[in-house]
Design a protein around this ligand. Structure first.
Ligand SMILES: [Zn+2]
Length: 295
């Protein structure tokens, strides 16, 4: 059970978002800065996302009338304009996902601020508005990035794991909503195999990998919660996996009371019902720590 389920629109039992992080080949350039540009196999594996998988995914969304969220490093926004234009044409949300997938734990201080704000400028110029949501590359958000999000008026983050359902984070500088993620609905563990970035997993059969996500959905549905997939076009957008996702979507939309929406709409709804006094979110106070706990 969930102690404080959120009242979803139109009596829906569960809010759902499939979020795709369109990292494309940013991963190989950031992890192998010296020779990433010469490594054609990982470049091609990443390029499959914007060029082959995204059109397939958008086609499915169009067929089912879904609007969803994509998080994209700003470098990829400039590198793959056709994929971005197609998302915008269909009304999907595009969130901030770093400049070129730099890890905030590795890129701190002034370098992080510069990268974050440069990415923000590319979003504004290319997409025509500031993003409302952010997901940290490899979930590695830091207090510095939380403060940058608050300063720049972001509505929400989607990198943290402190609850099953959206919650509110309060800091000295302001508030930020969290649309929580977790590894149980992330497609890296079942489907990624990427020696060049030291991530080698036994790739699961499509049905087995996806089954874990559907069991997570069943629990959230029963509890009246929030289900979010954290997926990547070059992984879950591959032919055999996406075919099964399509079948699941068709069946779920036909038989369940679910609200599929972009994360920005889901969080805006939680904020609205909270402001109206119809809901009291759980609050996490940040920062968690201001110094090492090892003395
Ligand atoms: Zn990513």
């Amino acid at each position: 059970m969930i102690r404080n389920p959120i009242p979803w629109p139109n009596g829906a039992r569960c809010a759902c978002a499939i979020t795709f992080d369109m990292d494309a080949d940013s991963l190989i350039h950031i992890s192998r800065p010296k020779d990433g540009h010469e490594r054609l196999y990982p470049i091609s594996m990443g390029r499959y996302g914007p060029t082959v998988a995204v059109p397939r995914i958008l086609d499915t969304y169009r067929r089912f009338g879904l609007k969803q969220s994509f998080f994209i490093p700003a470098w990829c926004i400039e590198q793959y304009p056709d994929a971005v234009d197609a998302m915008l044409k269909d009304g999907h949300e595009i969130g901030h996902h770093g400049l070129i997938h730099e890890d905030p734990i590795e890129t701190r201080g002034e370098a992080q601020r510069i990268a974050f704000e440069k990415a923000l400028d590319i979003h504004k110029r290319r997409i025509g508005r500031a993003p409302r949501g952010y997901r940290a590359p490899v979930y590695n958000i830091t207090q510095q990035v939380i403060d940058l999000l608050v300063t720049h008026g972001f509505l929400y983050d989607s990198s943290l794991m402190a609850d099953d359902i959206p919650y509110l984070m309060k800091t000295a500088t302001g508030e930020l909503w969290e649309a929580p993620v977790h590894w149980g609905t992330d497609d890296w563990p079942p489907f990624a195999h990427y020696a060049e970035i030291d991530y080698m997993m036994p790739v699961k059969a499509p049905s087995e990998g996806l089954q874990a996500f559907w069991e997570e959905f069943d629990a959230q549905y029963e509890a009246g919660g929030f289900w979010v997939g954290i997926w990547h076009p070059f992984l879950t957008g591959r032919l055999a996996r996406w075919r099964l996702v399509e079948q699941w979507l068709e069946q779920t939309l036909a038989t369940k009371s679910v609200w599929f929406a972009p994360l920005e709409d889901i969080i805006a709804h939680v904020k609205d019902v909270t402001a109206a006094g119809r809901y009291t979110p759980r609050v996490e106070s940040l920062p968690y720590y201001t110094a090492s706990q090892l003395g």
